[in-house]
Every structure is written in structure tokens, then in C-alpha cells.
Design a protein around this ligand. Sequence first.
Ligand SMILES: C[C@H](O)[C@H](O)CC(=O)C(=O)O
Ligand SMILES: [Mg+2]
Length: 394
Amino acid sequence: MNLPKIAHVRAYVVRGGGADYHDQGEGHWIDDHIATPMSRYPEYRQSRQSFGINVLGTLVVEIEASDGTIGFAVTTGGEPACYIVEKHLARFLEGRSPTDYEKIWDQMYFSTQYYGRKGLVVNALSGVDLALWDLLGKLRGEPVYHMLGGAVRDELQFYATGARPDLAKEMGFIGGKMPLHHGPAEGEEGLHRNIAELAEMRSRVGPDFWLMLDCWMALDVNYATRLAHRAHEHGLKWIEEALSPDDYWGYAELKRNAPTGMLVTTGEHEATRWGFRMLLEMECCDIIQPDVGWCGGITEMIKISALADARGKLVVPHGSSVYSYHFVITRHNSPFAEFLMMAPKADAVVPMFHPQLLGEPTPENGRMRASALDKPGFGVELNRDIALHRPYTH
Ligand SMILES: C[C@H](O)[C@H](O)CC(=O)C(=O)O
Ligand SMILES: [Mg+2]
């Protein structure tokens, strides 16, 4: 069957809302004294926005086929990513068939390799890849998860990331991941406060509920090892992204140092099969956490997941809403998914990519039926009531 060819690629920047790096208003738990690599500077300790976490904004990529069908995706990267998409990547799509996603990915990656490989460029590339899968699904009338081989279970189950695992438990989630609030620069007192917060949460949720700590690249091996051992006494299930993503050696050491039974997880700021191969071959962790919108998109996720599967490792993607749900439901080595609580007080389930997406499914009682994904493509529409700014054209 010949599908319509790709006619046009467009890239927009959006301010406000969204998940994680996207702009959140004041008083949101996600920007409240979270330990980061910048916490060593007191003036950048209270708010991640103070050092510019939200400086780029959201990237929206649209790919229009010659019959007028539009696929789209949302990720991070903002205006600089718009430039890369419009001025560089678009040439590898326009005039081509949307079925050629392997060749398109290969050309996008290798043509940008001299200035890319990770970070912003791979965010942009991921946005294009996700928009392409959305377009393909819309043209074929199939959900992305069908194109990935179909569901291996009837429903997704979720853990929640946010400041209130106790409320997440009441909402039916299988676990709660809290941000770590104090980094090494806050010394022994900070460590003590981190452990006290964990202990307090353990007392609220009881002995069996999963509790995890997200350290957002803020620690060193020594601090992370001490934190892990002290947290073990309070039943911490995993310690996440404790070190710089470049410190593969440190992760390998932390994995050796961690108490038996505690999982070491990382990878949300890693990209491509080559980056994840490093994490896997160097025995850096137990669970890898690629973000579908940052690691190279669905086309690359398939390869990353296969590498992990062959090594008996789990893939539990970072956030990314529908873009990860369609993947997780198709893989046995992705037994559960993350839900990032975007309600400012983490006290309600609200869509992760609000207000950019319309029709975004959310977990109910910590679960989501596969049938909630049964719409063409990623099953969501772009909210055209938001201000979409197209800074570049080609
Ligand atoms: C809460 C973390 O600091 C970060 O904002 C989200 C994240 O890393 C995760 O969901 O994982
Ligand atoms: Mg994380």
C-alpha cells in the first residue's frame, strides 16, 4: 500500500505548562528546593528555574502528509530545537514516505553527529521521530502500540513521582518516587534531613509501599553510597540518577556499593543505543529510564529496549506520557510506567502534558487499560488554543 508522502515539516515553540522541564508556576512541588548539580551554588538552590531549567520551553513538531493528515509530537528543546528541525532535519523527511522511519532516523542522526549525539539535538530528532510515528499511525488508522507489536498485557500500572507518595498510595499507584531535597553541599545536616523526610514518608505509607528517591544528578559516589545505606533502613526501593550522566564509572561503583536489594536506576538524560550500551555493559544500574522524547524517539527506543532485554534489565521510561505508554504496553521488560504528578501539590491526577495535548489519557486507580490507547497514532490532538510560535521556516 502506498501511503501519501511527507509534504511539510514545521516546528513550534510553546511556553507554559507541560511536564518536567516545561514551565510551571510558583509554588509547584517540582521547583521547590530540589537537589541538583547546581545546588553547590547557594543562589541556585531553591529553584531550578533560577538556573534556567525552563529556558528552552516546549518543542512541537508537526509533519503533514500530502493528503493533509498531520502527525505531531511534543518534547523539550524550544526555539533552538525549532531551528534544527526546520533548517536541518526537515530535508530528510519532505518528499519521503512516512514508512521510511529507519532511514530517516539514520540520516537525521548521522547528519547532525558532528554537533549532536545527545542533548538538544537528540531532543529535536526525537520530536521528529515521534511526530513521524504519530503520522504513520494516523495514516494507517492504527495506534502506535499496534505498530510496535501489540499489547503484552491488558493494562499499564503506574508509580507516581511527586512530593506526596502518601497521597499517591491513596490514589492507587504502586509506589511513590520523591525528589531528593538536599545535596552534598548541604552537608551532614542535609543528609539527615533527606533521611528524615524518607522516614516520615515511610511512616505514612506503611512498610510495603514502594518508595524511591530521585537525585537528579546531584550527588557524588560517596554521598550517594551513604544515602543509599541510610535509606535502606527505611526500605528505599531504588536510588535514581544519583550521579552525572557522564559518570559511567561512578554509577558502576555505586551499583557495587549499594545495599543488597536496593535498585540503582538511571538513564533519563542518556541517549541512543550507544549511550545505553555504556550503561548496560559497564553494569551501571538495574533499571534504565530512557525518556522517549529525549533518547531518540520510538525508533531508537526499540533498539535500546532490545539491548536491555538481552541483558535481563528493565526499561521503565522517564515520564513522557502517551509517548512512553504506547511503548511500555508492548514490552515484557517494561512491567510498569511512571506518572509524573503535575498538580502543584501532587494531590491530584492531572494530564502530564497539559495544556499542549487534548485527549491525553491518565491513570485511574494507578492503572490504565490498553484500550485507553486505542486511537490512531499516539491518540492525542494538539491543543490549537495555546500560543504556537513558529520562529523559523524553510
Ligand atoms: C522530580 C525530578 O527532580 C524530576 O523533575 C523528574 C524526574 O527526574 C523523574 O520523573 O524521574
Ligand atoms: Mg528522574
